[in-house]
Design a protein around this ligand. Structure first.
Ligand code: ARG
Length: 447
């Protein structure tokens, strides 16, 4: 029991939230004349001393006292004596812990949002810098159509924008105060739940006391948003691993985010990217841990719920590491635009432009243009040349109406520049998209 029961080894992380909740509770008890003003003053002063001791690393946590709530209260009793015993009036550890975890998750959401905002700012800066840098756009990891590097980076700005939306959405639903639900049924004391809710920055008290202590939806929502965000970062990380590989050489990661090999002196391993990719596993795992823990739990509080903390702490910490690593890698990235440009000129990458030309100039239905282009690609393949190097007479063998004008659309520059539809990759679009993204996501500011 001594080993399975306590949570102090991990829930000590919430000491600030615990003390904040207790101060709000004590002040409310005094205002409602449930305890005396003098007792409340002694409690609040004592709690501030406890916080200072923990801040300074001078607090001795006791496993025998189980959790952060009892550790703080026991020390408070040592410091202020009798008044400490009145703090737990009209409260239970059940509403107390729900309040603490909510405050902790809310702080984590705010910190993650700041970090994601910064990542967006870094991505937008690099995207603007590379609004005109050509690279191959891939589908099935095969060269598909030329795009710009800036456009590719801006795709992540959108993904991160949706992540921020999910965190913000979770925050809104989270923001009801469980404090005052007591053990599960409410209390017979004349408490003012609206007052403590306000003091703790909640929008309102939660409406049902059993739900208040039995709810961990906010943890699940935070972890779900974290898991999807981690998945996004794993995709970016994978691209960095690919692009920095000898086979691509599109980018070079800075020394700060790579390591050497202990045996192969030539190696520069993309460790930060690989760990960002790998850590998505444990963050998804945390979401699963939480959901399975909650599944089938009867109302209201059950001790199972103590198992919510380690996954949420671990996910928040590792998500922050991944976001910081991603921002650092992108900010430091050396981009080899020549290698990207070379990579964009392979695999008959302007075949779609050729088909579009046949549609526009010869009035061919797209399906037929697709077929004719297929024949031209085959021809170019047989000769070992790119489409732009196919002589005009060879082109005319496929359709005698083709003119030299077709070569204008077959360069990668023309191809990318022609993609001017809204959301398309044309450099002018990307520049506009960067400006719009600064307004949408950063309040107009630069990184
Ligand atoms: N340590 C507990 C937790 O983390 C606090 C709540 C305990 N409540 C109880 N009735 N045992 O959830």
């Amino acid at each position: 029991m001594e080993k399975i029961n306590p949570s102090i080894d991990f829930d000590r992380k919430m000491y600030r939230q615990d003390i904040r909740g207790s101060i709000a509770h004590a002040r409310m008890l005094a205002k409602q004349r449930i305890i005396s003003a003098a007792d409340a003053r002694a409690i609040v002063a004592g709690l501030k001393r406890v916080e200072a001791e923990i801040d300074a690393g001078r607090f001795r946590f006791k496993v025998a006292l189980e959790d952060i709530h009892m550790n703080v209260e026991a020390r408070l009793a040592e410091l202020v004596g009798a008044p400490a015993g009145r703090l737990h009036t009209a409260r239970s550890r059940n509403d107390q812990v729900a309040t603490d975890v909510k405050l902790w998750v809310r702080d984590a959401i705010d910190a993650v949002d700041d970090a994601l905002r910064n990542l967006q700012a870094v991505l937008i800066d690099r995207a603007e810098e590379h609004a005109g840098s050509l690279m191959p756009g891939f589908t099935h990891l095969q060269p598909a159509q030329p795009v710009t590097f800036g456009h590719h980076l801006m795709a992540y700005v959108e993904m991160i924008g949706r992540d921020r939306g999910r965190f913000a959405d979770a925050r809104k639903r989270l923001n009801e105060s469980p404090l005052g639900a007591a053990a599960l049924a409410g209390t017979s004391f004349p408490i003012d739940r609206a007052m403590t809710a306000r003091a703790l920055g909640f929008d309102r008290p939660s409406a049902n006391s059993m739900d208040a202590v039995g709810d961990r939806d906010f943890v699940a929502e935070f972890l779900a948003a974290s898991a999807l965000c981690a998945v996004h970062l794993s995709r970016l990380a994978e691209e960095l691993v690919l692009w920095s590989s000898e086979q691509f050489r599109f980018v070079r990661l800075s020394d700060a985010f790579t390591t050497g090999s202990s045996i192969m002196p030539q190696k520069r391993n993309a460790d930060a990217a690989e760990l960002t990719r790998g850590k998505s596993g444990r963050i998804i795992g945390s979401l699963m841990t939480l959901l399975v823990m909650l599944k089938g739990l009867p109302l209201a509080f059950n001790k199972d719920m103590q198992e919510d903390k380690e996954p949420v702490f671990d996910a928040a910490e590792n998500l922050q590491l991944c976001i910081a690593a991603a921002a650092g890698m992108i900010a430091d990235l050396k981009v080899d635009t020549a290698a990207m440009r070379r990579g964009a000129a392979v695999g008959f990458i302007t075949a779609t432009d050729l088909a579009d030309w046949l549609v526009r100039r010869l009035g061919m239905p797209f399906r037929q243009a697709h077929h004719t282009t297929g024949r031209l690609v085959k021809m170019a393949e047989d000769r070992g040349v790119d489409l732009v190097d196919l002589p005009l007479d060879a082109m005319r063998a496929a359709d005698k109406r083709i003119t030299a004008d077709v070569y204008k659309v077959l360069t990668v520059e023309r191809s990318a520049a022609s993609r001017t539809s809204f959301g398309g990759t044309a450099p002018a679009n990307v520049r506009r998209a960067c400006k719009a993204a600064r307004r949408r996501f950063l309040g107009g500011r630069k990184a």
